[in-house]
Structures are given as structure tokens and as C-alpha cells.
Design a protein around this ligand. Structure first.
Ligand code: PLP
Ligand code: COI
Length: 344
């Protein structure tokens, strides 16, 4: 076994096929034992439920190599729980939490050579996915499913890594009030594909989505939650009054670190778009985004320039970034249970 020879500092956020994946199938009312396989392809019926009624959900987490060469991942229990919630909402049989964590361990261990070196800026992105393979033709849940976890080494989600980005207020909505915005269903991302293509064409890195009901409140972006810092140095986190924001593992961890490690005041509440002009720092947070600073929001003719600017992260977001990534990479001790070692 030897570490793969990739240009780790320069890989982007795209799929690189690794050697092994974990697969378990659900049939006759139960999940089978599951196994590690080299087969990266899936063969299924033309009538599979996923193809017609989008019965699919997924997760995203990362494995990191620490300075002392251990391999760890970050709070996989929360991804397991969120996938149970996603599956339940989509009438899919949840994959048991303890099995999810064990499968993450197995697939990362099997692909150990693909875990990027410490300090390279790259990590191993782990993508659990579950989908309906059983036949459906009327609108009903299927009776057969596949749960799969593959992984791929990735670099920063946004070009330039920690450089501030410019985003726009989307004309489209990503999630209906009381719909599926609070689960990690592929259908939410299908909704966001046309808007993200448009945003990129116009030179923006991401879309900011407002609440679909009133188009007044800030919800989140296509692939990350939002955090703000107000002029008193407090962390302000948008809350959805229609439960249409994904409960980000990263955002929940940042809120805890801000309050309990850095001693900041944390407010979680509905945030109006017009309030954005009163904030001094803004970031997008998620597994892929980590914490990506935002320097500018364009809402048609109106531009909100975030005072921390387009050159570098503001000081509070930088402190949060350093603390969070320090915990994830294993050189700052985090709360018990956050860092999950993959034992060799
Ligand atoms: N919001 C959306 C829409 C996402 O796709 C993601 C990515 O997973 C997040 C937020 C961040 O969630 P997490 O921190 O659990 O990765
Ligand atoms: C993640 O951060 O894991 C996500 O699923 C977001 C996606 C846009 C890559």
C-alpha cells in the first residue's frame, strides 16, 4: 500500500474514481450484509423509482489525514442521523446509524492510499447515497433500494480556496415552505442546477436563496448554510420559519465552537435580506465549502458590499475557520466524539 501520486495541492472539487466502494441492497424488507466492492457501476431496471420519482437522498462528509498520520473523519454520527431523516421523509427504509458509521470506516480504510497528505489542502470526500432500484409506475415508494458509499479526493469547492466570493440573490427558489429543503434529497439540487448555471454565466460563485413563501428572508445557498457576523462581533445564523434550510453539520459545529470555545454570542433567528447591510462579515459553511467568505451579494441592481471585502476573510470568520479546521485536522482538541478515528 502506498499513497497515490496525485498533484494534491491542485486538485479541484471533481470526481476521481478511487479503488473501493461499499454497497448494501434492500430487498424483501431488509438490508443485506453489505460489502466492499471494486465495481463503480450500477445496473438497474429502466423502471427504477429513482429514475422516475427521484426517490434518492445522499450525504457528504470528509476524511482527513492528521499531522501524526492518523486518518479521521468529522462527526459521521450526524450524517448518519441526517440520512435517516432524509430517508424517512422520502419513504425509504433508513440505513441504520451504526451500520452507516461502520461502512464509512470500511470504505475509508479500503481507500487509505487516496486520503490526501496532511497540509496539502485536499481531503477525501465521502459520498453516501441511497436510491430506489425497485420498479414503480404509479406514484408510490419502491420496495428495493441501494445504499452505497464511495469517496473521491477533493480540493477546495470554490476556486481560490479561502478567497472571498461574490454571490447573487437567485430569482428561483430551491425549496418550498415545509417541503424538502431540510433534508439532503437530490431533488433539491436538481432544482438548483438551472440557477447555478445562470449564476456562473453571470460571474457569480453561488446563489443565495430567499424563503420561497415571502422572498424576504435569507435561507441558504445551493450547497451551504450561511453565517453572518454583526458589528458587535456576534455570530448571526439564519433560521427558516418554514423549516426549509438543511441542518448543516458544519454550521451546527461552528455555532458550538463560537459559543463554547471562542466565547461569542450566537443568535439563530430569521434574517431579512435587507438586514444584510448591517453585517460586517459573511461566510458560507458546509462540508464542501468549509467556511468560504462572501465579499459581495448582488440583488439585481442592488449590491451589498460586505465590509470585510473581497481580499481576505474577516477576523471573526478567520478565527472560526482556524478553530474548526484545527479540530477537523486533529491539531486542536475538539469536543468529545467530534473526531472519529479510522483505526488501521
Ligand atoms: N446546505 C446545503 C444545501 C448543502 O448541500 C450542504 C452540504 O452538505 C450544506 C448546507 C452544508 O451541510 P454540511 O455542513 O452538513 O455539509
Ligand atoms: C457537501 O458539502 O457535502 C455537499 O453535499 C454540498 C455539495 C454542493 C457538494
Amino acid at each position: 500500500m502506498a499513497q497515490k501520486n496525485l498533484d494534491w495541492e491542485n486538485i479541484g472539487f471533481s470526481y476521481i474514481k478511487t479503488d473501493y466502494r461499499y454497497v448494501s441492497n434492500y430487498k424483501d424488507g431488509k438490508w443485506d450484509d453489505g460489502q466492499i466492492t471494486e465495481d463503480s457501476t450500477i445496473v438497474m431496471s429502466e423502471d427504477a423509482g429513482v429514475l422516475h420519482y427521484a426517490q434518492e437522498c445522499f450525504e457528504g462528509l470528509k476524511a482527513y489525514r492528521t499531522e501524526d498520520n492518523r486518518i479521521v473523519c468529522f462527526r459521521p454520527d450526524l450524517n448518519a442521523e441526517r440520512m435517516v431523516d432524509s430517508a424517512t421523509r422520502l419513504e425509504m427504509p433508513p440505513f441504520p446509524k451504526e451500520r452507516f458509521i461502520k461502512a464509512v470506516e470500511e470504505v475509508v480504510k479500503a481507500n487509505e492510499d487516496w486520503v490526501p497528505p496532511y497540509g496539502s489542502g485536499a481531503t477525501l470526500y465521502i459520498r453516501p447515497v441511497m436510491f430506489a432500484t425497485g420498479n414503480v409506475i404509479g406514484v408510490n415508494p419502491a420496495d428495493e433500494y441501494q445504499f452505497r458509499i464511495f469517496c473521491t479526493p477533493v480540493g477546495p469547492y470554490f476556486k481560490g480556496g479561502a478567497k472571498p466570493i461574490s454571490i447573487k440573490v437567485s430569482d428561483f427558489d430551491r425549496a418550498a415552505p415545509h417541503g424538502t429543503g431540510n433534508i439532503k434529497a437530490g431533488l433539491n439540487y436538481a432544482m438548483s442546477l438551472h440557477p447555478i448555471v445562470k449564476a456562473h454565466e453571470e460571474g457569480f460563485a453561488e446563489n443565495l436563496y430567499l424563503d420561497a413563501g415571502t422572498r424576504t428572508y435569507v435561507e441558504e445557498t445551493g450547497g451551504a448554510n450561511i453565517i453572518f457576523v454583526d458589528k458587535d462581533g456576534n455570530l448571526v445564523i439564519p433560521r427558516s420559519y418554514t423549516d426549509s434550510i438543511l441542518p448543516s453539520v458544519t454550521r451546527r459545529s461552528i455555532a458550538y465552537v463560537a459559543e463554547h470555545v471562542l466565547g461569542l454570542k450566537v443568535e439563530e433567528r430569521p434574517v431579512k435580506l435587507e438586514e444584510v447591510s448591517s453585517f460586517v462579515e459573511m461566510g458560507l459553511c458546509g462540508t464542501a465549502a468549509v467556511i468560504s467568505p462572501v465579499g459581495k451579494i448582488t440583488d439585481h441592481g442592488k449590491v451589498y458590499e460586505i465590509p470585510s471585502g473581497m481580499d481576505e476573510m474577516g477576523p471573526v470568520i478567520k478565527k472560526l475557520y482556524d478553530t474548526l479546521t484545527g479540530i477537523q485536522m486533529g491539531h486542536i482538541e475538539g469536543p468529545a466524539g467530534w473526531v472519529h478515528e479510522i483505526k488501521k
